[in-house]
Design a protein around this ligand. Sequence first.
Ligand SMILES: [Zn+2]
Length: 158
Amino acid sequence: MRNKDIIINASERKVKIDKEILDKMYMYKQLRFRDKEAGGILIGREEKNTGNWFIEYATEPYPKDRRGRYYFDRKDKQHIYFYKRLYEENFQIYAYVGEWHTHPEDYPNYSSIDIKGWRNIAEEINDIDKTYFHIIVGRKDIGVWEYIQKIDRALRIY
Ligand SMILES: [Zn+2]
């Protein structure tokens, strides 16, 4: 399966999602009844002079994550270790961007648990100006949301 990069025009800046991570996430589409939700974290970098974002890495489920048909709970510390390693090895240009997970529905929407999770992450990081992008992978399409802590809302950008 080959995908193209996704380039989103979101409020005066662009968000590019690399095809490599789309390929990776699409492997976990819940196409069969027994498929469990999958997920991980998204890692990217901001181009400082334009404000454009490049989402270039995504972690995949690790053994200690909790997974069921209708839930994914990112419990394994290896997601964060992966990010920290990348951050240290690349002159600290990479940032934690957000979360991705799958849903067993064709066209995904976030659940009340999802928005609570996104809110909790922003509260934990505690940086009001930080940008967050979250992806949900459905069976036929993906959704991308920008979570804005100032207004406590997730705006769909794709
Ligand atoms: Zn969800």
